[in-house]
Design a protein around this ligand. Sequence first.
Ligand code: NAG
Ligand code: NAG
Ligand code: NAG
Ligand code: NAG
Ligand code: NAG
Length: 343
Amino acid sequence: MNLLREFYLSLLVILLLVCGFLYQFNLKSSSLFTYLYSYKPQQGLEAVLSQGRSIVFLETSDRTKPSPLASCAVESAAQVYPERPVVLLMKGLNNSTQLPSNLSDPAFSFFSEIGNVYFFPLDMKRLFEDTPLFSWFAHVNVSAQSNWLHVSSDACRLAIIWKYGGIYMDTDVISIRPIPEQNFLAAQSSRYSSNGVFGFLPQHPFLWACMENFVEHYDSNIWGNQGPDLMTRMLKIWCTLTDFQEVSDLRCSNLSFLHPQRFYPISYIEWMRYFEVWDTDPSFSNSYALHLWNYMNQKHKTVVKGSNTLVENLYRKYCPRTYRDLIKGPEVSATREMGTGEK
Ligand SMILES: *[C@@H]1O[C@H](CO)[C@@H](O)[C@H](O)[C@H]1NC(C)=O
Ligand SMILES: *[C@@H]1O[C@H](CO)[C@@H](O)[C@H](O)[C@H]1NC(C)=O
Ligand SMILES: *[C@@H]1O[C@H](CO)[C@@H](O)[C@H](O)[C@H]1NC(C)=O
Ligand SMILES: *[C@@H]1O[C@H](CO)[C@@H](O)[C@H](O)[C@H]1NC(C)=O
Ligand SMILES: *[C@@H]1O[C@H](CO)[C@@H](O)[C@H](O)[C@H]1NC(C)=O
């Protein structure tokens, strides 16, 4: 009698285990489905972005695969913001046959393990519709512009965050913890804003004013005139800027001007420090993300396997899949591959 009861009990346990397994399997296949679905262009950029909570990266060059550093930026954001869509818009993906539906392509394959990453073509004309940038874009002679890759990227980021809201990041920004702000600009130094990271709720009037100012004072020959200089000009109109006290942020009306420590704990003059070995790696406890200043990296410094440089350790920790991919192959330039969303 007891034996029979034990038999039934074990049967029950086995049944439960099988159910659990099936349930897990189901979860796995459903997330795989989400992933496959996320790569279908039909799902639409609008549907993803209109949630208003996206983390947006841009690539305005013609490349069709993210560089290792861009891949690290995207992966780290996906890890830090698991509940939000992480979107990479690439101008080079203007042909549906190039879309990364091909899972065996190493440039995209590991994103299959991440459910919240989306790739889309970047259609500038469409993006600028219903913004002050539209008529500017219609009339600008692209081949005559200096710094077009950067200038067009500056314009796109304003339009996309104005339209949909969310956070824009350059493709050389490694996320380490969530940004607890909705409307913010990032200080690069005292009284000077970057445009490498910023976030706003949809249709925020600050960004509309930025787009108007962009067109009004457009001059592609002046480096940064449409980028950090623009943000700083507008911020000075919007707020009374003071120096930072300690490591606290500044607030004015409903936007925050975040302390340089939040994204630029290593300033651009010291960018090489990322490629050095530190006695003890810094904890970056006052930072939300790290801007790697790829633009400064004219010497094509790379992540070298086993070098124990700060950048290698950052990859290991914040973008382990990118790192794994990188060390599988021969030594690869982790950074320099003439990108655009990188300054
Ligand atoms: C896609 O972009 C490339 C490079 O900008 C260009 O040469 C090509 O004509 C474009 N194709 C389409 C279909 O727009
Ligand atoms: C898209 O890319 C494919 C493969 O590279 C090519 O065969 C096709 O002609 C391209 N289509 C357009 C419209 O550029
Ligand atoms: C998918 O990508 C791999 C690696 O780049 C390539 O060898 C293969 O031909 C591609 N398959 C298709 C169907 O495009
Ligand atoms: C655009 O600029 C290029 C280079 O300066 C020039 O050759 C071309 O004529 C310009 N096109 C127009 C329509 O002005
Ligand atoms: C933020 O401030 C601007 C200007 O004062 C205002 O127009 C906008 O509605 C405010 N947004 C929110 C969400 O409070």
